[in-house]
Write a protein that binds this ligand. Structure first.
Ligand SMILES: C[S@@+](CC[C@H](N)C(=O)[O-])C[C@H]1O[C@@H](n2cnc3c(N)ncnc32)[C@H](O)[C@@H]1O
Length: 220
């Protein structure tokens, strides 16, 4: 049984969310045996809704993997929009580029290979939406840089913030996650909640997704 969302509810959401995108369906199907930590279609749909709602023209993603979440995001962009997505693993980045091409999105998706810790200093904003789904221990160290790269009223969306429920003090279920990652995410959630330039809500969808809006007077 899912610890955050009941299996029956997840199945119900999946039944309603039949986007029918052959490339996304194909990546998700192939990943059933491969097991890469990709978002699912429900989180993908949320990303697309959020990007559409803010009229995103420029999106930044940390943690491309093979482009699954990136395709959901890029589908919300206008023809002259841009998704910049950072991935450390060269072979995953190459696969992501091939998947963006299959999805007809090569013109608006740029995959940058390298360590987000270094690459992020060279990225120029502003972005309308940033999706943080890279190394959990970098969530907190990169936070202020990502906020600076967001336009006022832009969104910072972060995946896995409930981390199988293990961030909850006193969690007594079977722990499956690395405790250092758990501590890093718990610290990140506290920082999001207290951040002077962000308003944050956490949606307990799948593994937990935080949605933070940069407050209008924050500058950057
Ligand atoms: C959870 S996966 C991303 C999944 C993807 N967003 C999706 O849902 O389709 C995290 C990815 O971040 C990459 N990553 C980890 N540390 C990184 C770093 N320091 N810089 C760039 N990418 C990193 C990993 O190689 C991995 O592919």
């Amino acid at each position: 049984m899912g610890l955050i969302v009941l299996d029956a509810i997840e199945q119900y959401l999946a039944h309603l969310n039949r986007a029918g995108d052959p490339v996304l369906d194909d990546i998700a199907k192939a990943n059933e045996t491969r097991g890469l930590p990709l978002v699912d279609a429900e989180v993908g749909a949320l990303l697309r809704v959020l990007a559409t709602a803010v009229g995103a023209r420029r999106i930044l993603e940390i943690g491309t993997a093979i482009g699954y979440s990136g395709i959901w995001l890029a589908r919300a962009l206008p023809a002259d929009g841009m998704l910049m997505t950072l991935e450390m693993d060269e072979s995953r980045a190459a696969e992501a580029r091939a998947n963006f091409a299959r999805a007809g999105l090569s013109d608006r998706a740029t995959v940058i290979v390298g360590d987000a810790r270094l690459k992020i200093a060279k990225v120029s904003g502003p972005f309308d939406l940033i999706f943080q789904d890279g190394d959990k221990r970098l969530y907190s160290p990169l936070l202020d840089r990502l906020v600076a790269l967001l336009r006022p009223s832009g969104l910072l969306v972060t995946d896995n913030v409930l981390w199988n429920g293990e961030v909850v003090p006193g969690f007594d279920g079977p722990a499956t996650q690395n405790p250092e990652d758990t501590r890093a995410i718990a610290e990140y959630n506290e920082r999001l909640a207290a951040h002077p330039h962000l308003l944050t809500a956490i949606v307990p969808l799948r593994d937990g997704v935080s949605i933070s809006v940069k407050t209008a007077g924050a500058g950057g």
